[in-house]
Design a protein around this ligand. Structure first.
Ligand code: T1G
Length: 683
């Protein structure tokens, strides 16, 4: 199979790239295209060259699997420099998603033609990089500095229509891409063409300072976006050649940065997480087309929206006409808000109203392939719901629970078909949070698990498979992090000090601010359903006392903080409660350093993550990183708790855990045996 094939017809050359799965610009592709262009330049019969790909997409970027390995010539930059010398028009014919180096390859051509529905983008910042093949120099020359800064620092692709509007694409065509590109070539043969690199570019220096301020919040802690700004600025202050040189220097520095290593780790980790050892390409997949959700509360409505906005019809079952109506209006209100914010298309909005069915009759579940219960987090209630689902749904219905920590093996054992039971743990709000924990019970059959993985991808979720334990992966780890924060409160830190340390580390917000937003009562209620020995009740006494006094968080204008409009101040109740319970538990309060706060919260998280892997609850360590970055916003530029542990040094982590064990006891600080063995192996 030729990865790069050249054909010449009627003095138009077509260079076709065929490098599945995404036509990544691997060394073989770069060499093939370079050689092809060299030959075609010499062939005077060739009047135009079309660059096109087969398969699902135009080149989707440099080959990320080559990163960190010795570079192989020609580099993408060498190829782009060669293309810049071409003496005949080069046309990029784009379908699918031309991203990163793929889009840069297209920018290095003189013309671009795109299929309607295709996308182009420079997502390098998602990998902790900046475009490294001239993108920061060519894109602003084509679409202007402001639009280029937005595209490059957001990493978000744009549609063919938008690309045509901003002038980075010359023509949009129907699905006959090669036919359209050939016709376009004939239209431009003989006409003068200009190189992107020769386009003039001017901009005031202020635009860069203002833009850097504008993106400060959303890029906090990330290196690449601001370096991208400096590379685009270089395009306005240096010659093209010097600008490309500056871009390359920045790119190479970022390539070696811990931030990029962390973000590239997550790129592959998120794809690896969908690979389950006993689910192969030939594993049968249970058919799931008709989906029903029992429970139209916050979670049920959020889950319904996740399906509806991905063109999957949903039936929502509620207990009464009143609650059914409420569920319907909640869903419609959220859909409308998303639409007004531009987060949904007109089609998605219309699809939802036309494909949401609300019912109060269990008999309406008779045609459902999948029924997800999203009722109150109470074991008995869930068991009753599963009994009713079995009674009214069809024989091979898949029964899923959205429980966030209850024992799914126990729930499955109450059904006559435990092999058809699975957990689909969405995070609230379900239509926004990217993670879907798929809980595999000891009975879940492979065709059901395969169907859940397929469904997760279909609705754009990052899926991670978890075994059954209290809290599965996400909440089990979060409870350790929360425990240490609660104990530190009793030991002398205050909520603000703890929150500031965690925010400075890179978490989206501190533990107590997060509890106030989510509602302190959620955790208090959850702990009533789990064995008391599975958590340290001292760490949550203040939470319980606050909830008992009505301070449940932002929704009651008081929790760990008091909220008065935009003003947020420490709740004085907390200090009094802290004193009271510290005394009750005989805890001598002391000054606590930011380092201790950070290490106790994060190392407890890391230790639990290693335990989750060693127990086989998570299939692999990188799955834990996917969970914690997607569910709780662990900074992506640190790669997730276990990647971060590797970066810090496992021996250091173990040493500190042993120290905490000495001071605070072994109950919560027994080091994971996997961690211990990894340290021993690394010695
Ligand atoms: N290199 C190598 N492998 C890649 C790849 C890439 N760029 N992109 C995807 N794959 C693999 C992926 O690991 C998976 O492998 C399979 O393809 C399908 O991917 C110089 C330096 C294109 C939108 O960041 O966003 O260019 O698991 O499951 O959901 O400036 O892949 O099957 O073995 O994601 O249909 C810039 C990254 C690189 C694009 C398709 N480009 N890729 O999504 O499939 S840096 C990117 C994606 C760069 C230049 C810089 C998506 C996709 P496996 P998938 P998908």
């Amino acid at each position: 199979m030729n990865i790069v094939l050249t054909e010449i017809k009627e003095n138009i050359a077509v260079v076709t790239i065929d490098n599945p799965p995404v036509n990544a610009l691997s060394h073989v592709v770069r060499s093939g295209v370079s050689d092809a262009i060299q030959e075609l330049c010499k062939d005077t019969s060739v009047k135009a060259i079309i660059l096109i790909c087969v398969g699902r997409t135009f080149c989707a970027g440099a080959d990320i699997s080559e990163f960190g390995k010795p570079p192989l010539s020609p580099s993408l930059s060498n190829l782009m420099a060669k293309m810049d010398q071409i003496n005949k028009p080069l046309i990029a014919a784009i379908h699918g998603t031309a991203l990163g180096g793929g889009f840069e390859l297209a920018l290095g051509c003189h013309y671009r033609i795109m299929i309607e529905g295709a996308k182009v983008g420079l997502p390098e910042v998602n990998l902790g990089l900046i475009p490294g093949a001239g993108g920061t120099q060519r894109l602003p020359r084509l679409i202007g500095v402001a639009a280029a800064l937005e595209m490059i620092t957001s990493g978000k692709p744009i549609s063919a229509r938008k690309a045509f509007e901003v002038g980075v694409v010359d023509r949009i065509c129907d699905n006959n891409l090669l036919v359209s590109a050939t016709k376009f070539a004939k239209d431009i043969i003989g006409k003068p063409f200009i190189k992107t690199s020769e386009l003039e570019l001017l901009a005031s220096p202020e635009i860069f300072e203002e833009f850097s301020k504008k993106i400060l919040k959303r890029t906090r802690g990330f290196l690449a976006p601001n370096i991208a700004i400096s590379a685009v600025r270089a395009a306005t202050e240096k010659s093209f050649v010097e600008g490309v040189k500056f871009e390359q220097e920045c790119f190479e520095k970022l390539m070696k940065s811990p931030e990029s290593l962390a973000q590239r780790h997550l790129f592959f980790a998120e794809r690896l997480a969908t690979k389950v050892p006993d689910i192969g390409k030939d594993t049968s997949i249970r058919k799931i087309e008709k989906i029903a959700i029992v429970g139209g509360g916050t979670m049920g409505c959020g889950i319904a929206i996740s399906f509806l906005t991905n063109s999957i019809p949903v039936l929502v079952l509620e207990q009464s006409a009143k609650t059914a109506l409420l569920a319907k209006s909640n869903i419609e209100e959220i859909i409308n808000t998303l639409f007004v914010k531009g987060r949904l298309s007109e089609n998605q909005k219309n699809f939802t109203t036309e494909n949401l069915t609300i019912s109060t009759e269990y008999s309406d579940l008779s045609l459902s392939d999948l029924v997800i219960e999203a009722v109150f987090e109470d074991m008995e209630i869930k068991k009753q719901v599963f009994q009713k689902i079995q009674k009214f749904a069809k024989q091979d219905v898949v029964m899923a629970s959205n429980t966030s920590f209850l024992d799914l093996d126990e729930i499955a054992s109450t059904t006559s078909k435990p092999q058809d039971v699975i957990g689909l743990h969405f995070f609230s709000p379900a239509y926004i949070m990217p993670l879907l924990e798929i809980i595999r019970t000891k009975h879940t059959s492979t065709d059901v698990l395969a169907a859940a993985l397929k469904l997760g991808k279909l609705i754009g979720k990052k899926t991670v498979v978890s075994g059954v334990c209290t809290g599965f992966i996400a909440n089990r780890m979060s409870s350790c992090y929360g425990r240490e924060a609660g104990l530190l409160l009793l030991e002398g830190a205050d909520p603000e000090q703890i929150d500031n340390v965690l925010y400075k580390f890179g978490m989206p917000m501190g533990m107590f601010s997060m509890l106030d937003i989510a509602g302190i009562d959620i955790g208090v209620l959850a702990r009533k359903n789990i064995p008391t020995e599975s958590f340290d009740e001292r760490a949550f006494r203040i939470h319980e006392a606050l909830v008992a006094s009505g301070s449940k968080g932002q929704k009651t204008n008081a929790g760990f903080y008091c909220y008065n409009g935009k003003e947020k101040t420490l709740n004085p109740e907390v200090e009094a409660l802290t004193q009271k319970y510290a005394e009750e538990y005989g805890i001598k309060r002391r000054k606590i350093t930011p380092k201790e706060i950070e290490e106790r919260c994060l190392f407890s998280l890391i230790n639990e993550g290693f335990k989750i892997v060693e127990e086989g609850i998570a299939i692999r360590a990188s799955d834990v990183d996917v969970v914690y970055t997607s569910a709780f916003g662990f900074p992506r530029y640190k790669g997730g708790p276990l990647h971060y542990a590797e970066h810090l040094g496992l021996d250091y982590i173990l040493k500190r855990i042993n120290k905490f064990a000495k001071v605070h006891g072994n109950r919560w600080w027994t080091p994971s045996s996997l961690l211990v063995s990894l340290v021993r192996e690394n010695k």
